[in-house]
Design a protein around this ligand. Structure first.
Ligand code: C5P
Length: 241
């Protein structure tokens, strides 16, 4: 059973919007949320300065740039991302063993040189993808098998954890163990629209499957009252656990 404090620390609000609205959201979520996620929409316009600004306002930051390039480039990208002050950084497990190891090297270099403490999580199969989407790119086995395969690869080559849907979280927890960082997007409170997400589950289910962190964007950021939407999610989780 999670305490209210642990529930708040498990929720990451995805700020997929412009800077102006992101700052307004921080105001509305202040004292309620602890984590925010900066993805490509925000980062490509605002750059690393925004990460520090969010941290100065007391939020931990998941920098979700989903790195995927040759090992040399990814080592440099992970190093730069860690220097920005991000607490969690994502990369695609599909980049394979050498790329994952290089990312870990980059993160460790930032730690040795500047004391930065970023954790690396590997994306398995995007929560917007289903078996048919996998088939389009030539992967004919099940989503669960693909996530399993990529989870084992990422764990063996230096990732601190995995990004997966709630349906694979239990298995990823087995692979990464108690200390693994299992991050679950595609989270929707009961009755909310799935939008472009395909493998969707409730916050309660995701946590029951061993998720360490839940990423929730539009159900909060596009709500009429984002602060209230966040609080309702916290209350629902607390009353179910
Ligand atoms: O608005 P919504 O809750 O669908 O946002 C989910 C967030 O999680 C997005 O910012 C998206 O980039 C991210 N994400 C995801 N699936 C993954 C990894 C990250 O949806 N596998």
């Amino acid at each position: 059973m999670l305490t209210e404090d642990e529930v708040r620390s498990s929720l990451i609000v995805a700020l997929d919007c412009d800077k102006e609205y992101a700052l307004e959201l921080l105001g509305l979520l202040s004292g309620k949320a602890r984590w925010v996620k900066v993805g490509m929409t925000l980062f490509y316009r605002e750059g690393p300065a925004l990460i520090q600004e969010f941290r100065d306002r007391g939020f931990s930051v998941f920098l979700d740039l989903k790195l995927h390039d040759i090992p040399f480039q990814v080592e440099g990208a992970a190093y730069s991302a860690a220097l920005s002050g991000a607490d969690i950084i994502s990369l695609h497990a599909l980049g394979s063993s050498k790329m994952i190891e290089s990312a870990r090297k980059g993160v460790e270099r930032a730690h040795e040189e500047m004391g930065c403490d970023a954790k690396l999580v590997a994306i398995s199969v995007l929560t917007s993808m289903d078996a048919q989407a996998l088939s389009e790119i030539g992967i004919e086995h099940s989503v669960a098998n693909e996530v399993d395969r990529l989870g084992a690869l990422a764990a063996a080559h230096g990732a601190h954890g995995m990004v997966c849907s709630a349906f694979e979280a239990h298995r990823m927890r087995e692979i990464f163990g108690d200390k693994g960082l299992i991050v679950v997007p595609g989270v929707r409170p009961k009755g909310e629209a799935c939008q472009d997400q395909a493998r969707v589950a409730t916050p309660q289910f995701a946590l029951s499957q061993g998720a360490s962190k839940l990423v929730i964007g539009r159900p909060i950021t596009q709500a009429e009252h984002p602060g209230d939407a966040f609080e309702t999610i916290v209350e629902d989780i607390c009353s179910a656990s």
